[in-house]
Design a protein around this ligand. Structure first.
Ligand SMILES: Cc1cc2nc3c(=O)[nH]c(=O)nc-3n(C[C@H](O)[C@H](O)[C@H](O)COP(=O)(O)O)c2cc1C
Length: 256
């Protein structure tokens, strides 16, 4: 092959390579577009899979909690027992108010609460799964310590679904209400790193014990439930992806 011939071949193969390069670049950018769309979809998927909360309902103000009772702390400690059978009776809004306050209520203008919290960071959220509460429609409500009020986040009686998500534990279907303690771990772990996980679990224990003792004082029965499918509870309660359920506490008049 002559030198001119070689040059002509080289020029043609270079043009061919450039053409190929253009097609290839176009393909890469198209793929990148599809890929980023897929990544975006995958990232938003958890939010869809656990449900998107409807627009917030108006808050329901709870009766003022009482700061005195007829049962001493010692008697409450002595009498607390896990109760799993409940009478088919409605609970009052006053009792609900007292139980929620015991879990995470404010105890002063400074924002401190009934249960201790590492660094006062308050990673816990408290919910009421209301089935039979006098003058409160059935639904799932989020407790707001500031204002001592609840806001409905899910419509309707969800006790059966809660029961199914907790391995069919019938206490959750029978009890007129359940209190659910969840945690947003990040609130604590951003300061305390890995040790924060331990702190958050400890805090759930404090809140749950407060509810148990308060229930004794109100002549109500409770049991703390830790056996449930996290993802199923998150779906029933329409929790956001960053919030984990830790404890479920059914409450009701014990069946005599
Ligand atoms: C972390 C934890 C998880 C528990 N989970 C369940 C549960 O899923 N279902 C249940 O019926 N009881 C549960 N319990 C309650 C225990 O079974 C109960 O506390 C124990 O039998 C002692 O009885 P007492 O509470 O009457 O003293 C749990 C208790 C704890 C501390």
């Amino acid at each position: 092959m002559t030198i001119q011939g070689c040059c002509a071949v080289l020029v043609r193969s270079d043009q061919c390579f450039r053409g190929f390069e253009e097609v290839w670049t176009a393909m890469i950018s198209a793929n990148a577009l599809v890929l980023s769309a897929l990544i975006m979809f995958a990232l938003t998927l958890p939010a869809f899979s656990v449900g998107i909360r409807p627009a917030q309902a108006d808050p329901v103000e709870l009766p003022e909690p009482k700061y005195e009772g007829k049962v001493s702390v010692e008697t409450a400690l002595l009498e607390r027992r896990s109760i799993r059978d409940y009478a088919d009776e409605t609970v009052t809004l006053t009792d609900v108010s007292q139980l929620l306050w015991a879990a995470q209520g404010l105890t002063g203008p400074s924002g401190y609460r009934t249960a201790p919290s590492a660094g006062a960071l308050y990673p816990l959220e408290v919910y009421l799964v209301a089935g039979k509460v006098a003058s409160l429609p059935a639904g799932i409500y989020r407790y707001k310590p500031r204002g001592h009020e609840v806001v409905k986040i899910v419509e309707g009686d969800k006790r059966s679904e809660l029961c199914t998500a907790a391995l069919g534990q019938s206490a959750l279907r029978e009890a007129p209400v359940s209190i659910v303690v969840t945690a947003i771990f990040e609130r604590t772990t951003q300061k305390y790193r890995d040790r924060g996980y331990r702190y958050v679990h400890m805090e759930a224990g404090h809140a749950a014990q407060n509810v148990c003792l308060q229930a004794v004082s109100l002549d109500l029965g409770t049991v703390v439930i830790g056996a449930f499918y996290d993802d199923d509870i998150k779906k029933v309660m329409q929790l956001t992806a960053t919030e984990e359920p830790l404890y479920i506490i059914p409450v009701g008049k014990r069946r005599r």
